[in-house]
Design a protein around this ligand. Structure first.
Ligand SMILES: [Mg+2]
Length: 114
């Protein structure tokens, strides 16, 4: 499927808002699509955590690929919508959340071991 829509009233194709190539929030629809694909794989892992998925795919490989796709889509949105982002605030927030998640993980693992 093309990201460029032909609305039929002009010979010039129109790029939908939020699509890659748009002037309005470029890449946001791709980020949404990639997040959906990642959620789909996580759902499959939740249902089949220790066994192959019935569709025969390697869920660890698919998880890695979809996480990479989401990371790329996030970076694309950052780059192409830079005026909407405060890079310092973004980095600070990312570090804050990562630190919190790692602390929660360590706390939970300590609790489980005791
Ligand atoms: Mg993908």
């Amino acid at each position: 499927m093309s990201s460029v829509a032909d609305h039929g009233d002009s010979s010039t194709p129109v790029v939908p808002n939020m699509a890659i190539g748009s002037d309005v929030w470029p890449g946001l629809s791709k980020l949404s699509e990639e997040c959906g694909e990642l959620i789909q794989v996580i759902g499959k892992i939740a249902a089949y955590p220790d066994s192959p998925h019935p569709d025969g795919s390697d869920l660890r490989q698919r998880l890695m690929e979809e996480m990479a796709d989401v990371a790329a889509a996030i970076e694309f949105v950052q780059i192409t919508n830079w005026e909407a982002f405060n890079p310092t605030a973004f980095t600070d927030r990312r570090r804050l959340k990562l630190g919190r998640f790692l602390r929660w993980h360590k706390d939970e693992q300590g609790r489980a071991a005791s």
